[in-house]
Write a protein that binds this ligand. Structure first.
Ligand SMILES: [Zn+2]
Length: 403
């Protein structure tokens, strides 16, 4: 499965898509209220079948005539998601879905047979970078630039919009992309941190620009301007878009940095070990810096690239002590606090860097627990200068299993 996201060209016609999304938002709120009432009385959500039956009845009434405007399949898909989120309340222990203003409803799904694509012949003289295509959504054609070739069969089309009023389509294909990279025969453990985004067990540090902090001044200025404008005015709407634009830019910068780093790491190493993070606990400790760095999002991107390039991303047990143990002699230093960045092992007198020591322990633990061999740190003049991996597994040298 591969997803590619394309932006629809700005057009007056887009207002039809916005209208449909608004209506779907209204219907969602209606059924959410129904579900909540039902849940309070019977302790479970309404099933999709019942909701769908009810919707068909409502659509025939004069009062709800406009509910016939959006594509019916998209409405049903929304109901399916709603029913699922009520089911997940129990199984995953989540809170109930929230009411949203209909203008904030973001997406709808189309069946691939209901959203045919066609190539548009460009009449313009200058050549465009990407071919222009058009897609038929609910009876109207919308144009966009196809920036990735379609390789497989399209199974689903998702229409989404953002706070700026831009509309995107996400094409889902039944095609898995594989990029062969030469094997490097290297494994590496990584420790996440606030000061350095990642520290490798070989001592390499990968920093992260704090994008949210970088744009904080601009954002504060825009938010101030926004709050000063009269509610409901055109000026306020313009300033709202300004704020949304800064948020979008921050997110884009972060995503771009994450992708580049993920690809870089996948090129360097065959197996990458990480600690299983307790993100909520970290947020508690360090606040919004954790959200700015977005470790979880980075790991998702890294896993995607690893799958594509046939590399392994493996997680070690959360409860194994990684920072307090000396990676050379396994001595456990109980008095080590968070503030100490460098320390000397009282037993073997090795000079240890906190992050690198943790990364080394993650590598050791990972290699041992996945049965890949033994890691020995090379110590010279009381400093760790490298590692040797005595591999007893074919994993390091030839093929890889994906996590
Ligand atoms: Zn030691």
């Amino acid at each position: 499965m591969r997803n590619t996201k394309h932006k629809l060209f700005k057009d007056k016609r887009l207002r039809h898509l916005h209208d449909e999304l608004n209506i779907i938002g209204v219907v969602r709120n209606h059924f959410l209220a129904v579900c909540m009432r039902y849940y309070r009385r019977y302790g479970k959500g309404v099933s999709y079948r019942k909701m769908s039956f009810h919707l068909t009845k409502l659509k025939k009434l004069e009062k709800y005539q406009h509910w016939n405007i959006p594509y019916a399949w998209a409405l049903q898909n929304m109901l399916k998601r709603l029913a699922q989120s009520f089911r997940e309340m129990k199984t995953l222990g989540r809170g109930h879905p929230q009411f949203k203003p209909c203008k904030k409803h973001k997406g709808m799904t189309f069946d691939s047979t209901q959203a045919p694509l066609e190539k548009v012949l460009d009449k313009q003289k200058h050549k465009r970078n990407h071919p222009t295509y058009k897609i038929r959504l609910n009876g109207r054609w919308y144009r966009f630039a196809l920036h990735r070739r379609i390789e497989g069969e399209i199974t689903q089309v998702q229409v989404t919009r953002d706070a700026l009023g831009d509309v995107y389509i996400t094409l889902t294909e039944d095609y898995s992309e594989v990029k062969y990279e030469p094997k490097t025969g290297k494994a590496e453990g990584f420790d996440f941190g606030i000061k350095d985004f990642l520290t490798g067990s070989d001592g390499e540090r990968y920093g992260s620009p704090m994008f949210y902090t970088q744009n904080a001044d601009k954002l504060a200025k825009a938010q101030k301007a926004h709050s000063r404008k009269v509610k409901g005015s055109h000026n306020r709407e313009r300033e709202r878009k300004n704020v949304a634009r800064i948020h979008k830019k921050t997110a884009n910068q972060r995503a771009d940095h994450h992708w580049k780093l993920a690809i870089d790491l996948c090129r360097q190493f065959d197996i990458l070990f990480f600690e299983d993070l307790n993100l909520n606990g970290m947020k508690h400790l360090w606040g919004k810096h954790v959200s700015d760095l977005a470790f979880g999002e980075f790991l998702e991107k890294l896993k995607h690239q690893a799958r594509k390039r046939i590399r392994s991303v493996l997680k070690i047990n959360r409860w194994s002590p990684t920072s307090k143990c000396c990676s050379v002699c396994q001595h456990k230093n109980e008095i080590l606090t968070l503030a100490v960045r460098q320390w000397q092992c009282p037993k073997c007198h090795t000079h240890l860097d906190r992050d690198q020591n943790a990364a080394m322990n993650i590598l050791k633990e990972g290699i041992a627990s996945f049965g890949l061999g033994v890691v020995r740190p090379i110590v010279l003049f009381n400093q760790i200068v490298g590692v040797t991996v005595e591999a007893n597994s074919p994993l390091l040298n030839s093929t890889n299993a994906s996590a």
